[in-house]
Design a protein around this ligand. Sequence first.
Ligand SMILES: [Mg+2]
Length: 358
Amino acid sequence: MRLIGHLDMDAFFAAVEERDHPELRGQPIVVGADPAGGQGRGVVATANYPARKYGIHSAMPISQAWKAAEVARRRGRPATAFVRGSHRRYSEVSERIMAIVRRHAQVVEAASIDEAYFDLSFAGSLARAADICRQIKLIIKEEEQLTASIGLGPNKLIAKIASDFQKPDGLTVVTAEEAENFLAPLPVRKIPGIGPKTEKSLARLGIKTVRDLKRFSPEQLQERFGKWGPELYERIRGRHESPLVTEWEPKSIGEQETFGTDTLDLNFIFTRLWVMCHEVFKRVKAEGFLTYRTVVVTVRCADFDTKSRSHTLPTPSDSPRRLRFEAMKLLMPFLDQRENPKHKLIRLIGVRVEKLGK
Ligand SMILES: [Mg+2]
């Protein structure tokens, strides 16, 4: 019997801020870019539950979050604290949480900074596995004063959806027999892989829930979704055999920056690019790597049109100057006719390295 747990910290960044700044406790908190009095750019990283009641959520433009907070405040509701946050502090807390999970399970996949899959098949029964999940939640609460939600199910898919089912501080247990019925009434969007675009196009066909989507045969799904169709057919029936990916290695290290104003000022853009390359290289070293082989540059224009270009070197490089040079070469075409014939202003650039070596 396969028993997989999925742990997801509740409003992680905001919860860490709340814990470390008692004066913020119970208040709406938004971690993310500087709102700059409503003129800010960039996005919300995490909103805590009181802030979510104002309609603020992660990935929302920070300016929009600011407006929502202002509307609430004018209605006499508590003011929202906007916090820039500290990625280093979140990483430290994350490491301690992953260590707690590893104390309870040998096979652990750290899926993101605040999410982990862990294999509890060794427990032998659902009841014992659920006890271990309760224990993990309890220890996280005691040692870190933070809450986590856990889903326990027959595979990663069900565990992941279950962890989201009773947030915050939830534990949702789904047996293999219940899995299909558990999914059926949920909105299609809950299935990992179905994003907002697919959700919309399905809604146009009158398909809102997983149950609705189950009307399609594997062939029909293939027609609609291509290669992914047959896999989706299995998923919406709760079947998913993916193994845990236990050897966690950062596949890439990158930085990005949303500019204060959209610009095509070459001097400014290259200066920022160099600063980012410097930061990226520092992090490559800090995470114990010596070399990189692939350099990726991302450019977002004022109209949010976003493109990435990458170059893989013939051999790994350990040179910060090479990184700067390659990043510049990739960025250049966006500053002239080649990639930017309409001279669109640039809103954001990012630099990333991949194929890291020790
Ligand atoms: Mg989370």
